[in-house]
Every structure is written in C-alpha cells, then in structure tokens.
Write a protein that binds this ligand. Structure first.
Ligand code: URA
Length: 242
C-alpha cells in the first residue's frame, strides 16, 4: 500500500508537498471518505478524488509552457535543433499538444495523456486559441470580415474566427491583431493573413481556452492544477455532448 500524498503526486496533477496541503485542507477523498491524515495508506484499487475530480493513477502529467522563439515543437529534430521537450525537466515521455512554428512563441500544453491530447486538438471540440499577430500594414474592414467569416487556405475555408485590431502603428506601418481560432491547421494564422496580402512578422499564442501565460516568462513552464485539468475535461465533455 502507498502513502496517499505519494499516489496523488504520482498521478501528475501536483507535487508531493502540494498534495500534502490538499490532504490537510480536506480536499481529498478516498473511496468516498474525506481523508485529512498525512501518510494514510491507500489500496492500489482505491478511488481517489482531489477537489472532487478522480485522479488518474497512470501517472499522467500536464504542463503549460511559454514557448520561446527558436525551438521546435516536436519530440526530436533531425537537424539537431532544440525541442520543447528539452525545456521541461520530466522523465516521462511527454509530447506537445499541437504545434507552434519555430518562430512562434507562447502557450503550449505538453502531456503524456494521449486521449486528452487528441481531444484537445480535435476541431470538433472547438477549444479556442488566442493569437497575437504583428502584421505589416493595416487591415481594412473587409479584411476583418473575411478573417472572421473564414478564408480559403489549401482549398478549405477556415472556421469562423474572432478578430480584434489591438493597435496600429503609423510610423512602422504595422498592426497588432488578436485572432481567436479553434482549428489548428498547419501555419493557419500566417496563411490566413497571407491570403489577404499581409505578412505575419511576429506571432504569439496568448491563450488556450482559459489558460494564459500569467506568471510564466519565456521558456518557463508549470504544471496545470487539478482544477485547470478538470476544467479542460469539462470543456471537452460539454463540447462532445452538443
Ligand atoms: N498559426 C501559425 O501560422 N503558426 C503557429 O505557430 C500557430 C498558428
């Protein structure tokens, strides 16, 4: 039998220290009973709930990374370039959910939970991703309408998007545009602007669903909290039921 805090930490949702805090705070239930005793021994088949959410005992881990520029979003690179996996100290075989280009920065989730990764990426689940693009020039009202309604890239129209011009700079002749999409096609944002004659000079993913980059400098990462994981699961489940 294993100690409760160890089993919780091994599930990947939090550290052992934080697991101890959660136990003491009465947020942990084992087989239907709230357990506040540290070191409580659990059976291998016990059901453990943290904040009301069943933990997965297969050691699932979930990270949010603020990806820097100049790093590839694959698990290995044939050209020997640095990958996002090199940035995270984790012995488990984790992989990124979706891709960000070599020169794109910002929010990226990494996990070893394959089913969760597939669901997060599937366009039918409509997980919003917010990008901030610096482009050359100024969007016209009809360009904004086109981006919102969908642009044909690689022969297929993109889904509806939300678009907001955050800033225009007359001196450098550039604009900062916020665009929210839920698909994840290859180079999608760059291609959408390209189709309308604009070049994306800089691209950052600012948000995935409700997860933003608060507290994470470039190259920094953190584990998702049990609450965040269950909120993402809830989003996915709601979308699936529709
Ligand atoms: N769209 C792009 O063009 N590039 C990215 O990295 C992400 C979305």
């Amino acid at each position: 039998m294993e100690r409760l805090q160890k089993v919780i930490a091994a599930s990947g949702i939090t550290s052992r220290r934080k697991a101890e805090d959660l136990i003491v705070q009465g947020k942990v239930m084992v087989d239907g009973k709230t357990i506040t005793e540290l070191g409580y021994k659990v059976q291998p088949n016990s059901e453990i709930l943290v904040d009301g959410v069943k933990i997965n005992k297969e050691d699932k881990v979930y990270y949010l990374l603020n990806k820097p520029r100049g790093v590839v979003t694959t698990t290995s690179d044939e050209k020997g370039r640095k990958t996002v996996i090199d940035l995270i100290h984790e012995d488990k075989r984790i992989y990124p959910i979706g891709r960000l280009d070599y020169d794109t920065t910002g929010a990226l989730i990494l996990t070893n939970d394959g089913e969760f990764a597939n669901n997060m990426m599937h366009p039918k689940n409509e997980i919003d991703k917010v990008y901030i693009a610096k482009i050359n020039g100024f969007l016209t009202p009809s360009d904004i309408m086109a981006l919102k309604n969908g642009v044909v890239i690689d022969g297929i129209k993109t889904s509806k998007a939300k678009v907001k011009v955050r800033k225009v700079d007359k001196e450098t002749h550039t604009s900062i545009v916020e665009i929210t999409i839920h698909e994840g096609r290859n180079h999608q944002v760059k291609k959408m602007f390209e189709m309308l004659g604009y070049e994306v000079l800089k691209l950052k993913r600012e948000k995935i669903a409700f997860l933003d980059l608060k507290g994470l400098n470039s190259s920094e990462y953190r584990r998702l909290t049990p609450k965040e994981i269950s909120k993402l699961y809830a989003l996915l489940n709601n979308k699936k039921m529709k």
